[in-house]
Ligand binder design. Structure first.
Ligand code: SF4
Length: 330
């Protein structure tokens, strides 16, 4: 499976993300890590993760997918966005690939098995730019019952989205704002494409959760939070978990304050007012529990400092039998 095609006489077009970069021989696209080498586009980071950790899956964040398990998490250098508040900027805005150690897809899967991780996350930077690698790892993982998780800015190409079903099991998409100008100027993306991709993922057999980092003065007005919550409720679905996450100053946005608890609570109430069943405040010490949307029983408790405790009966509330959306009983 290739994700490029010839374009006019002297270029190739990369079909990994919605930028669809048209790249001359010897050059790389916007992400800096997919290079036209003549008759093909080489993904320069294939086999070269620059970060690898074992994280609680709640940290991705995914709250309705194998809660309480660990996930082998890998990322590379490069990104197709350039968010001024990026909390992984030393990876995402770096283009120099460290080739000192090659990790084959088989080795990555063996590490997941060794460390008892039932899933692998492609995270830290945008995984779509290294989809050929993530895809091969995921297919290898399938042979061993290991699931695959994408933590993404939602800028996948049409071709990648079509390919992901049956390969990637869950995705968390950042919906960073509802302002098209902000998406274009400050992030280097395109709001309409991200919204369209969220609509598409909502129809796929891939478990989806959405995250919005609440950045003071940038996207925290009631109007904007209402638009985001309304979109998720009406176009992705009331059962899609929405994580509203606290910002801390990083990268180029060092002068902005941290997100206040009051601001997170306001966003939480707005999300609930649109009928969203699962709204979570994140990046704070005391995480929001999962409660049953029918009888309001507390079902999953989580905290930064202690293990996640689930009282679910498979995927059901043990008190009233309501099915909780997600992937729980593997
Ligand atoms: S992954 Fe996206 S940004 Fe990178 S070369 Fe391909 S189309 Fe361009």
């Amino acid at each position: 499976m290739t994700f490029y095609k010839p374009y006019k006489e002297t270029k190739m077009v990369c079909t990994l993300c919605q930028h669809y970069c048209k790249i001359k021989e010897g050059n790389t696209g916007i992400c800096g890590v997919n290079k036209n080498i003549g008759d093909e586009i080489e993904c320069l980071v294939y086999g070269y993760p620059s970060a690898m950790n074992i994280d609680p899956i709640e940290k991705k964040p995914l709250y309705h997918f194998l809660p309480g398990t660990n996930i082998l998490s890998i990322g590379t250098v490069g990104c197709n966005f350039r968010c001024s508040f990026c909390q992984n900027w030393s990876l995402s805005q770096e283009h120099e690939v460290d080739r000192s150690r090659y990790y084959s897809p088989e080795e990555i899967v063996q590490l997941a098995i060794k460390y008892e991780c039932p899933s692998i996350a492609y995270t830290y930077n945008e995984p779509t730019i290294f989809y050929p690698y993530a895809r091969d790892i995921s297919l290898e993982g399938k042979k061993h019952g290991i699931k695959s998780v994408y933590v993404s800015n939602g800028f996948e190409s049409d071709e990648v989205i079509e390919d992901m079903e049956g390969i990637i099991d869950a995705i968390n998409i950042d919906l960073k704002s509802f302002d098209p100008k902000y998406y274009k100027k400050s992030l280097g993306g395109n709001l309409d494409k991200v919204l369209e991709n969220i609509r598409r993922f909502s129809k796929k057999n891939i478990w989806m959760e959405i995250t919005t980092l609440i950045v003071p003065t940038k996207n925290d007005s009631d109007d904007e939070i209402n638009k985001i919550a309304s979109f998720i409720a009406n176009e992705a679905g009331l059962e899609v978990p929405w994580h509203i996450s606290a910002f801390h100053p990083d990268y180029k946005d060092l002068d902005l304050p941290r997100t206040s608890i009051e601001s997170l609570k306001r966003a939480y109430e707005i999300g609930k007012s649109h009928g969203l069943k699962y709204v979570y405040m994140g990046n704070i010490a005391h995480q929001t529990p999962t409660t049953c949307p029918n009888c309001n029983s507390s079902l999953i408790q989580r905290d930064y400092y202690s293990p996640t405790i689930s009282s679910l009966d498979g995927s059901k509330c043990p008190h009233c039998g309501t099915v909780i959306a997600g992937v729980f009983d593997e």
